[in-house]
Design a protein around this ligand. Structure first.
Ligand SMILES: [Mn+2]
Length: 428
């Protein structure tokens, strides 16, 4: 049996508006988006109950705006009530999107829910055994908290397993506002090393900043809200054993997934080829989403054949391609809805023509050609590759022995093409 099991969630952003999309998406997609943040929250509650955890921790930004909608508040409380009836406690702090001074309807929270105020307070997880685990939480009084809230934490009793619940920007992540800024060391030494687990919120992409003593983690938001929040989204299921070892298990709970799909069209000789490649990629995304709806932004990449590239430039061509994808996939259940197709293809490249030149690109091509026969050059290359493949940091990613024969030739071709792409960029 474990000492403690809980779900660490953050940044629910209930009732996110999905700006602009609801009006252009087909009805079934708009509807899924409309419910997405709520459905993800329901999945969290279901997960808590099916995993029989002791508590749910929510590290701020429960709502999307300080003027939280009534619907969002009702749904939030309904979820917490379901937990309460299942005998699971909930602990909530508020962040910059849902500060304490924002409007709120006077609704009743279930008795098992503890919401934290503007100063750190400690609340035992188990009423009958208060020395087992304690949550220390703090909320934002107003939207812009520029003080380091961690410094407000007093000395923490180390007897119980102690969790800090906080919405904060650790280490100055430039993609998020610098609210309650602090360093990893602040967290490490907070309460004079009394905290065993920092349950953080604010950064929407999940990451573990410190594995143990203390564990410091952002679970990310449980539901992506736009193309810049792609991929699976969820919560951490946290198990603490009696020697206080922490185990994190990420669980996806999102109901609509954002995907950025790259389709390399360099092998497409005709428009039909391109369409086939597009369809294959969309099908793969559909499979990968594991029964969820997908909102896809597709980028066509690679060096397109002249004719294909020309077609892509025709007025309305990309929009028609997009509509074709949506005709096939958007009304499926689950759906893939393509929100946009972008042409990022590079102009075709005539290798023989380029070889005749005297510029650096021509040099790169010549070196590649020499590497087919020049034993001395190949020897140098092999010894460099050996160093790389034997390096302790790369070994685990590269696996196995260094490439030889055809494999090496493929690698060199790929290197040439990458080098050329980088040197030429997009000539447009
Ligand atoms: Mn947030």
């Amino acid at each position: 049996m474990s000492l403690l099991r809980f779900i660490h969630a953050a940044d629910l952003h209930l009732d996110s508006p999905f700006k602009g999309l609801k009006t252009v998406a087909p009805h079934n997609v708009a509807n899924a988006l409309y419910n997405a943040t709520f459905d993800a929250f329901d999945n969290i509650i279901d997960l808590c109950i099916s995993e029989r955890v002791d508590a749910l921790l929510i590290a701020g930004d429960v709502y999307d705006g300080a003027d939280r909608s009534l619907r969002a508040q009702q749904k939030f409380i309904a979820g917490l009530e379901r937990l309460d009836k299942a005998g699971i406690r909930s602990f909530v702090c508020h962040g910059n999107h849902d500060p304490l001074d924002g409007w709120e309807a006077r609704l009743e929270y279930p008795p098992g829910c503890r919401r934290f105020g503007k100063d750190f307070e400690a609340e035992p997880v188990f009423e009958e055994d208060p020395a087992r685990a304690v949550v220390h939480g703090i909320s934002y009084q107003q939207r812009e908290v520029t003080d380091n809230l961690v410094l407000k934490l007093g000395k923490v009793d180390h007897t119980p397993f102690s969790i800090g619940l906080l919405h904060a920007n650790v280490g100055g992540d430039p993609n998020h506002p610098q609210y309650s800024p602090c360093t990893l060391d602040d967290l490490r030494y907070a309460g004079n090393r009394g905290i065993d687990y920092w349950a953080l919120g604010h950064v929407h992409t999940r990451r573990v900043l410190n594995q143990h003593e203390p564990t410091v983690a952002y679970p990310g938001n449980p539901q992506g809200r736009h193309a810049n929040e792609p991929g699976e989204r969820g919560v951490y299921l946290v198990t603490v054993d009696h020697s206080r070892r922490v185990e994190l298990d990420f669980r996806a709970v999102d109901t609509v997934r954002w995907a950025r799909l790259n389709v390399d069209v360099s092998t497409a000789k005709t428009e039909q080829d391109l369409q086939n490649l597009l369809d294959q990629r969309v099908e793969k995304a559909w499979e990968e989403a594991d029964e969820r709806g997908v909102v896809a932004r597709i980028a066509l990449t690679g060096r397109a054949a002249d004719g294909v590239r020309h077609s892509l430039r025709r007025t309305g061509y990309l929009e028609d391609l997009q509509e074709g994808v949506n005709d096939n996939w958007a009304s499926d259940k689950p759906f893939v809805w393509c929100e946009r197709i972008e042409d990022e293809t590079a102009p075709p490249f005539d290798r023989n023509e380029r070889l005749k030149g005297s510029d650096f690109v021509a040099d790169v091509l010549r070196v590649r050609d020499e590497s087919r026969t020049d034993e001395e050059l190949l020897g140098r290359l092999r010894s460099d590759l050996q160093d790389l493949y034997a390096h302790w940091q790369f070994k685990k990613h590269l696996g196995g022995a260094e490439p030889a024969g055809d494999e090496l030739a493929d690698l060199l071709d790929e290197a040439e093409s990458m080098a050329v792409d980088l040197l030429l960029g997009d000539d447009r």
